[in-house]
Design a protein around this ligand. Structure first.
Ligand SMILES: Cc1ncc(COP(=O)(O)O)c(N)n1
Length: 261
């Protein structure tokens, strides 16, 4: 599996976590760094995006060397990142693309402007979402990825999810979908009519669950698993990893990713 992600030096999220998840699923992780960061288990102090040429060169270097069976794109910090990954996805269109849209920290980047963030959103919607086999979103942060006219609309989650499918994504796994009884639930949307709900997930509000679930999902897809089964396995895995999480630092738990799915 080819992972695009940031490097979280704590290993809690990002490429370090992806490698552990891939290992647990019996896959080799090949990795492309999108950004170096300065952070601990609580605060992201700095994000330094990698330039788009390095991103492109590293990904293509790996793809020409090693057969890749799934691509998981996360940790996107610039419109150029989205465009480079989109071009790669187009060149390798037989390889399923799992796109993860989670908490989005592009505003942490020094000198970043609203225009930069808007350009990232636009490139994501126009070039990446249309090519995704599955877009994994965390509904708690979905408004950060909403197209400009959807910002600040409280009831926009179902609208944005439908927009993801309308943009061309084959499916969308919506995590922490706000259900009427206030519990959180995960929902897989496929095409116009197919909708499948997964069980309740008691560990709501753990931002790294989507990072982990999308990584595990990409690994499961390399084995030719059906999407619903792959989603279910990935969710169960993340649930266990978070339930066994350890407070290694002063802030967020570090999931135990070496965990039988
Ligand atoms: C640069 C960067 N991007 C994303 C995350 C994950 O998000 P979270 O810490 O909310 O799980 C992170 N720790 N660092």
């Amino acid at each position: 599996v080819l992972f695009f992600n940031h490097l979280d030096p704590t290993g809690r999220s990002g490429l370090g976590g992806d490698i552990l998840t891939a290992t647990q699923f019996g896959c080799q992780a090949v990795t492309v760094l999108t950004a170096n960061t300065v952070q601990d288990t609580g605060v992201i102090e700095e994000i330094h995006p990698v330039n788009d040429e390095t991103l492109d060169n590293q990904a293509r270097c790996l793809l020409e060397d090693i057969p890749v069976h799934a691509i998981r794109a996360g940790g996107l910090y610039s419109a150029d990142h989205a465009s480079v990954i989109a071009q790669i996805a187009a060149d390798y269109d037989n390889v399923p693309l799992v796109l993860y849209l989670g908490p989005q920290y592009a505003s942490v980047i020094e000198d970043s402007t609203d225009d930069d963030i808007e350009a990232l959103l636009l490139a994501t919607w126009e070039t990446l979402i249309p090519q995704a086999a599955c877009v994994v979103v965390d509904c708690s942060y979905l408004n950060l990825w909403a197209p400009e006219d959807e910002h600040d609309t409280d009831s926009s989650i179902p609208v944005i999810l439908q927009a993801i499918l309308a943009a061309g994504a084959k499916s969308c796994l919506a995590l922490f979908y706000p259900s009427p009884d206030e519990a959180h639930q995960h929902i897989l949307l496929e095409g116009e009519s197919r909708r499948m709900a997964f069980g309740f997930f008691p560990l709501a509000g753990q931002p790294e669950s989507g990072d982990m679930i999308s990584a595990a999902l990409a690994c499961e897809l390399t084995r030719g698993k059906a999407l619903t089964t792959a989603c279910e396995t990935a969710i169960t895995y993340a649930h266990k990893a978070l339930a066994d999480g350890r407070k290694l630092g002063m802030s967020k738990l570090v999931a135990q990713r070496l965990q039988k799915p």
